[in-house]
Design a protein. Structure first.
Length: 408
């Protein structure tokens, strides 16, 4: 990225299509179908989130897909801006570019959401070639022999392949010229451009070709999705990366009128003492999830000496840990929460606690266990002086594969 280090670069990921050529699926349009246990769009987005050079990532979705997007991409990153698109890719791209107009970047990448095998290396090479007067197009030289046929399918001639390239995305441009090009094309009623580089050419903006990646394929047909899923599942099956984390927390009682456990307020004649809301269930679970990343404990990220966390709701800490897991491609598969106390009674509140955890972890209730036990009148817990929690969490991360089989 030499020469562009101080310039601001954004990305627009276009994912508003219906994907009719891929056929129908209960998972929705192809950008939401799962490959390797992850939605296509989430896999695409994850690579862009790793690119520190990007100041903003605009994701353009269909107006009907808000719930699908939230389920597929449960990421809370301040760089992400989700907007709704138009009836065509060209119009959706223009709306994505428009979303950047208030805080204009110097450059913008435009990428198809259904190219999930884009790599961080390719993004870096594109950024390193950006210039104020030209765009960058990753492409591969055509290797197949090309034939031109008539409407009846009869070959008319062989087309020389010298100098021909198959275009890929992301295609990158100086922001102002490509936004102007898109706006003018739409005003002129021109909607038949096949990609953004074609609009740039029409507008008179130069485009430089750099070498693309053979793995950076676009998922168009149902067979493409099936093969991508099979490829990832086969690769990850070599070394499944299943990690288990444990967490423990304890808080003493003090004067109050309710306790908060696993996000649920329970009426009681005391409350738990702590710098935050002292939710031992959420605290222990936060530590368990952080353990699967080797990321320290809750105090590492939210030190009790910091006054900003005084009285804070503990769901903030848990959501932070979930975010770290998701950003690493982790999938939370199970959590087991044991609350240890003489009182209050936990049983009546178990369904609400399970629902609270399911919402934050984005997993089904059958993957969550909330149970309680007493300390048989022994020790400080047995004397009713506080509540403790022991939590186990299991997370499956993308598996490692041999170098010869590495999936990018």
């Amino acid at each position: 990225m030499e020469g562009n280090a101080t310039l601001k670069t954004a990305a627009v990921i276009v994912a508003a299509g219906r994907g009719e050529r891929a056929g129908q699926s209960v998972e929705g349009p192809k950008q939401y179908r799962r490959i390797g246990n992850q939605a296509v769009l989430m896999r695409t987005l994850a690579t862009f989130l790793q690119c520190e050079a990007l100041s903003k990532i605009v994701i353009v979705i269909h107006p009907d897909d808000k719930a699908l997007y939230q389920a597929a991409c449960p990421i809370a990153d301040p760089r992400i801006l989700v907007v709704t698109g138009g009836p065509t890719r060209q119009e959706s791209t223009q709306l994505g570019l428009l979303a950047l107009a208030e805080d204009k970047p110097d450059y913008v990448m435009i990428h198809d959401g259904v190219r999930p095998f884009v790599t961080l290396d390719l993004l870096g090479r594109i950024i390193s070639h950006l210039q104020p007067t030209s765009g960058v197009l990753p492409a591969l030289a055509v290797s197949d022999t090309l034939k031109q046929a008539d409407t009846g399918g009869m070959v008319q001639k062989t087309v020389p392949r010298a100098g021909l390239y198959a275009a890929q995305t992301p295609q990158a441009f100086p922001y102002a010229p490509i936004f102007e090009a898109h706006s003018k094309a739409l005003k002129a009623g021109l909607t038949d451009f096949t990609d953004d580089a074609a609009i740039a050419e029409w507008h008179g903006l130069a485009v430089t070709i750099i070498e693309g990646s053979a793995d950076n394929t676009k998922l168009t047909w149902a067979k493409d999705i099936e093969m991508a899923n099979q490829r990832l599942n086969n690769a990850q099956s070599f070394f499944p990366d299943v990690r288990t984390g444990n967490g423990y927390d304890v808080h003493a009682f003090e004067e109050g009128d309710f306790v908060t456990l696993c996000g649920v307020e329970i009426p009681f004649d005391k409350k738990l003492s702590g710098h935050s809301d002292a939710d031992v269930g959420f605290h222990a679970l936060t530590d368990a999830l952080l353990a699967t990343r080797g990321a320290g404990d809750i105090g590492t990220h939210f030190p009790p000496s910091d006054p900003q966390w005084k009285g804070a709701a503990s769901h903030i800490f848990l959501e932070f840990a979930v975010k770290l897991v998701r950003e690493a491609g982790g999938r939370i598969t199970n959590t087991d929460v044991t609350l240890i106390c003489e009182e209050p009674k936990i049983g009546p509140h178990r369904p609400a606690m399970t629902a609270s955890l399911a919402k934050i972890l984005n997993i089904s209730a059958d993957r969550i266990s909330v149970k309680a036990t007493t300390n048989e009148k022994l020790g400080f817990l047995g004397r009713g002086e506080g509540i403790a929690a022991i939590v186990t969490a299991t997370v499956v991360y993308p598996g490692e594969v041999p170098a010869s089989e590495e999936i990018v």
